[in-house]
Design a protein around this ligand. Sequence first.
Ligand SMILES: Cc1cc2nc3c(=O)[nH]c(=O)nc-3n(C[C@H](O)[C@H](O)[C@H](O)COP(=O)(O)OP(=O)(O)OC[C@H]3O[C@@H](n4cnc5c(N)ncnc54)[C@H](O)[C@@H]3O)c2cc1C
Length: 311
Amino acid sequence: MIESLSRALFHRLAGSTTLKTLASRYGMRPRGFARRFIAGETLSDAITTATRLTDSGRRCTLNYLGESVTSLEAAREAAAAYEAIMRGVHDAGLSCQISVKLTQLGLVLNAPRCEENLRRVLDAAGDEYFVRIDMEQSGWVDPTLDIFERAWRDGYRNVGVVLQSYLHRAAADLTRLNDLPARIRLCKGAYREAAVVAYPAKADVDGSFLRLMRTLVETGSYPAFATHDPRMIAAVKTYADQRGLSADAFEFEMLFGVRRDLQTALLAEGYRVRVYLPFGHQWFQYFMRRLGERPANVLFVLRSLLHERRG
Ligand SMILES: Cc1cc2nc3c(=O)[nH]c(=O)nc-3n(C[C@H](O)[C@H](O)[C@H](O)COP(=O)(O)OP(=O)(O)OC[C@H]3O[C@@H](n4cnc5c(N)ncnc54)[C@H](O)[C@@H]3O)c2cc1C
């Protein structure tokens, strides 16, 4: 209940232009409050942070922030930006994955053009990069999976998708995708959804996560468990151990700036940990989703602002 109220509040606040202007002014300064969750606005910021994370034993997934673009030109530019990012990462001698959102590549405007943009990114990714298609609001799940499954049928193997355990449909999608066998990232789901499509109660979302996780451990293809929830993580470890899935046959994924202590502990135990590292100018919506997930983050932001003012 509290979770969905908090999500609803931050969803509304994400639409506030005053807040956006204020946040843009202060959030991305060198020690600005948004820097806790976002690498910065430029590729060079992202590469600096990715290098630091890699040196600490973490793997990285770079995400160039942006969603629901309003012109096909912007969608094409986003695809071109990903090509430039991959060149930059290569030149820096780093090894990263890439995460894209299809609404950033034009899905809302024109699905075939979005698909062309995605394939351009996949072609540029070649054998060097694995490209994960993030999952967005429930209305985009069908077109996203259609585009993914067509790419798979056409022979692309450098691409994977995401399933959200809060959706009632997730189990059926998993059965179909596992047959391919697609590489899946499992998460709980970050958007505000109606009860007809998603479980409103955290206990049900968690229960669904555990069921899907067990299927992925049994039959998945290098699954990724994207959660900061210690209960889910403990369950993955126990079940993987029971089923004899070795620690290099799956990975844990967490968001940049969230539960760094847990990331370190998992690495020390020999698990693979990948950090989702977003960067770019369009950081406000992403940032507000992170606050909505955990209102305690608001205190963190307020404290940072106070420090800045004192400084
Ligand atoms: C790598 C990665 C990729 C993702 N990709 C997608 C995607 O494609 N589509 C999608 O809908 N969602 C995505 N998500 C978001 C995900 O769906 C959840 O909204 C988010 O991870 C919070 O859920 P949780 O599993 O961490 O557990 P929760 O039950 O929300 O939280 C459990 C505990 O984790 C910690 N925690 C959780 N969130 C935060 C936070 N923001 N700040 C600080 N602590 C926190 C707290 O200790 C909390 O008590 C992704 C998440 C990760 C980690």
